[in-house]
Design a protein around this ligand. Structure first.
Ligand SMILES: *Cc1c(COP(=O)(O)O)cnc(C)c1O
Length: 362
């Protein structure tokens, strides 16, 4: 698959774009262009086209609108000290996208073609990449079923698109996230699609998120579907628990059982924490372990991680078993150290020992 360039002839004027990038936020403005490619069973992928960002025209019977056969990715491009731009671990996103495609009976896409399409869009719209540390261009590749018809079957047609939006550092260091631990609703069950970035997982989570808000909490924490006991994730982010403090601390995260989404930030933090000299552990943590760990002081810090917010401290937790607080509501030292190390690698101010940054071509 080649990406043919047919860029927007009327890009947003410089001053207007600069104002939009400076306004910050997340997902309010999109860059001048997008990439789109189409797949037909038996024929494979067409070439991709980079063209002006704009609405799609879909038949009302397009299968994704009825049966939700779709996947997406979230990744970022970061400004570098020399003025260049790098993508963070784009091959990992491409590989996860293909695992998701396989699970959702959608076609796979060559990893190099995926990365090339992303690279082409960021290169074309490079002026949309914010310059400050913590800011980035958030990139959303996605694929959906385009067969027209209400028959329930794997679609014989699909579309692959890439769009991008400037993202500010949405991190408020003085405010830890509060969480509602849901025992009524579950996000994912064994054999289901919890390990896939597919819209249906999100659609099914919104009511619990609403309940969390009614409980005065910012986010919902998901437990395993069977025992409703084992901590899995927080909203659309993975969770980390710091046990102990200082150099002898252990950085713990729930292991990937098949119902958790394997976050690339989660994976990067396992490596970064080891590089910083901490012990890391993947395992099972129950709600009782969380409560008693916080109360005994064994658990000293908790944070959530994902591409969008990178690292966010977690404070109070509320559940049917009561309410308990971690720390004083401020991010702990290890949370901040991990956040700053990862952001430093992403922005090229800390050595990228693992070859995670991929330069956008110029
Ligand atoms: C995307 C996502 C994450 C985080 O993955 P990253 O690759 O780190 O962005 C975690 N949980 C869920 C449910 C997600 O959809």
């Amino acid at each position: 698959m080649k990406t043919n360039l047919n860029p927007n002839a009327n890009p947003v004027p410089d001053a207007d774009r600069a104002a939009k990038v400076a306004e910050g936020g997340f997902g309010k403005y999109y860059t001048d262009n997008m990439v789109i490619a189409e797949w037909v069973e038996g024929k494979g992928w067409s070439d991709a086209e980079l063209k002006a960002y704009g609405p799609l025209t879909l038949d009302p019977a397009t299968s994704v609108l009825h049966y939700g056969q779709e996947i997406f990715e979230g990744m970022k491009a970061y400004c570098q000290p020399d003025g260049g731009v790098s993508l963070f671990r784009p091959t990992s996103n491409a590989e996860r996208f293909n695992r998701g495609a396989a699970r959702m009976a959608l076609p796979e896409i060559d990893v190099n073609d995926f990365v090339h399409a992303v690279d082409a869009l960021v290169k074309q719209d490079i002026k949309w990449v914010p310059k400050n540390i913590g800011e980035s261009l958030y990139i959303r590749p996605f694929m959906f079923a385009t067969e027209v018809g209400l028959g329930v079957r794997p679609s014989n047609r699909a579309a692959f698109l890439v769009i991008a939006t400037p993202a500010s550092a949405y991190f408020n260091p003085s405010k830890a996230v509060t969480v509602w631990i849901s025992t009524e609703y579950v996000r994912a069950a064994p054999g289901g699609t919890g390990a896939v970035k597919t819209g249906g997982n999100y659609a099914g989570s919104l009511l619990a998120q609403k309940q969390a808000a009614e409980q005065g909490c910012d986010q919902v924490v998901w437990l395993d579907a069977i025992e409703r006991r084992w901590v899995e994730e927080m909203g659309g982010m993975n969770l980390y628990f710091v046990k102990g403090s200082g150099k002898s601390a252990t950085i713990f995260t729930p292991k990937l059982t098949g119902t958790l989404l394997p976050g690339i930030t989660r994976d990067s933090i396992l490596t970064v924490a080891k590089d910083l000299g901490y012990k890391v552990e993947e395992g099972m943590l129950s709600v009782e372990d969380w409560k008693s760990g916080v109360e005994s002081g064994e658990i000293t810090e908790i944070f959530a991680c994902g591409t969008a917010a990178v690292v966010s401290p977690v404070g109070a937790a509320k559940s049917a078993q009561g309410i308990w607080q971690t720390g004083d509501g401020n991010p702990g030292p290890i949370t901040m150290q991990i956040r700053e190390t990862l952001l430093g690698i992403q922005h090229g101010t800390i050595e990228d020992k693992h070859g995670w940054n991929v330069r956008v071509s110029s």
